[in-house]
Design a binder for this molecule. Structure first.
Ligand SMILES: Cc1cc2nc3c(=O)[nH]c(=O)nc-3n(C[C@H](O)[C@H](O)[C@H](O)COP(=O)(O)OP(=O)(O)OC[C@H]3O[C@@H](n4cnc5c(N)ncnc54)[C@H](O)[C@@H]3O)c2cc1C
Length: 304
């Protein structure tokens, strides 16, 4: 690799850094110094070698055998958050969602409070169309910059992103580097009060101090529910509950008692324990209720 300024680490223990605190290592982890550096790396990384992009790993199980090829993670160099005026914020895709929400509240920009309780980076939030409490990235997204597998830059509009529920339809090879978000001008106290309310709600209803990846399964669509003869609006957690998932354990993996769509590593889970537990629930949902549960959590890498 020529003219690379970022950090390259061989055999990087990224599983241990994931929110689940388990899983294997990345053969080669690259943290670019800036967009040009990322483009330079990508232009030298041939198309037939594996490449993975990760963010804060708050929504990802790294399988026990780890990741082959190169893994790219945007961190500090991409973490700036700038308030542009009383409604617009621009941020690097390595910025933590919590920092974007904090900058918005400080500037009296409303509509971004939901980001305050969503762990991980803005890049991950764009890819997942992350959301909570009735709002999602799609509602505040204005535009993004990205770099493709060959190192070419791209500008993306809201239309290009093809956002749907917990999904962004942009080609998976694109790495988001920065985004512009739009809220609404409000006063500091009002926005602050809403953030405090969201934090309190999360503390009450979610195992936020556990090793987890948030919601394990996405809520089924109304079409899927209808096909299975389940009432409209049935949530993924209710399906997990109906098939005996609440508290269900497999090795060191367990579906949380408090919020049964949250899977947790109770201490010594392997990534295989987590994935097997999820697949057991998917099997039960299909055979017992005739409904497909779709993983919201990404599973990447090799099995050991
Ligand atoms: C306690 C807890 C609570 C949670 N609550 C919520 C919630 O309320 N709502 C919600 O939506 N999610 C929630 N999550 C899940 C998670 O926080 C979000 O999905 C978040 O957006 C993941 O971001 P990340 O940076 O950690 O992404 P990662 O887990 O690292 O990656 C997720 C996906 O994003 C892609 N990606 C990451 N960075 C980039 C980039 N720069 N360019 C292109 N693709 C990229 C990865 O390739 C992968 O496909 C929760 C998780 C936890 C642990």
């Amino acid at each position: 690799m020529k003219n690379i300024r970022g950090t390259l680490t061989e055999n990087a223990p990224i599983g241990a850094q994931s929110w689940f605190r388990c899983g294997g290592a990345a053969d080669l982890l690259f943290k670019p110094a800036d967009e040009d550096d990322l483009a330079a790396f990508l232009s030298q990384w041939s198309a037939d070698q594996p490449l993975t992009i990760i963010g804060g790993l708050a929504n990802t199980i790294i399988r026990d055998g780890g990741l082959r090829g190169a893994t790219i993670q945007l961190d500090k160099a991409f973490s700036s958050v700038k308030v542009l005026n009383d409604t617009y914020i621009s941020a690097g895709c390595g910025a933590l969602n919590g920092n974007v929400a904090a900058a918005a509240v400080k500037a009296g920009i409303g509509g971004m409070e939901f980001l305050s309780g969503i762990p991980g980076s803005l890049g991950g939030a764009l890819r997942m169309n992350a959301g909570a409490y009735g709002a999602e990235i799609k509602d505040i997204f204005v535009g993004a910059t990205a770099i493709d597998r060959k190192g070419n830059p791209h500008r993306l509009t809201a239309e290009d992103m093809h956002f749907t529920y917990r999904h962004c339809g942009v080609h998976h090879d694109l790495i988001f580097t920065s985004a512009i978000l739009k809220g609404r001008a409000e006063d500091y106290e009002t926005v602050k009060a809403r953030i405090t309310e969201i934090k309190a709600k999360r503390n009450e209803t979610q195992p936020i101090r556990e090793c987890t990846g948030g919601s394990t399964f996405a809520n089924p669509s109304e079409t899927e529910l209808k096909k299975a003869g389940l009432p409209p609006g049935t949530r993924a957690w209710q399906i997990v509950d109906m098939v005996g998932g609440r508290g269900l354990r497999m090795g060191g993996a367990q579906m949380n008692e408090l919020h049964c769509n949250f899977m947790i590593n109770t201490g010594d889970a392997s990534a295989a324990d987590l994935e097997n537990l999820g697949n057991e629930l998917r099997r039960r949902a299909l055979y017992d209720l005739g409904v497909k549960l779709h993983w919201e959590i990404k599973r990447i890498g090799q099995e050991s």
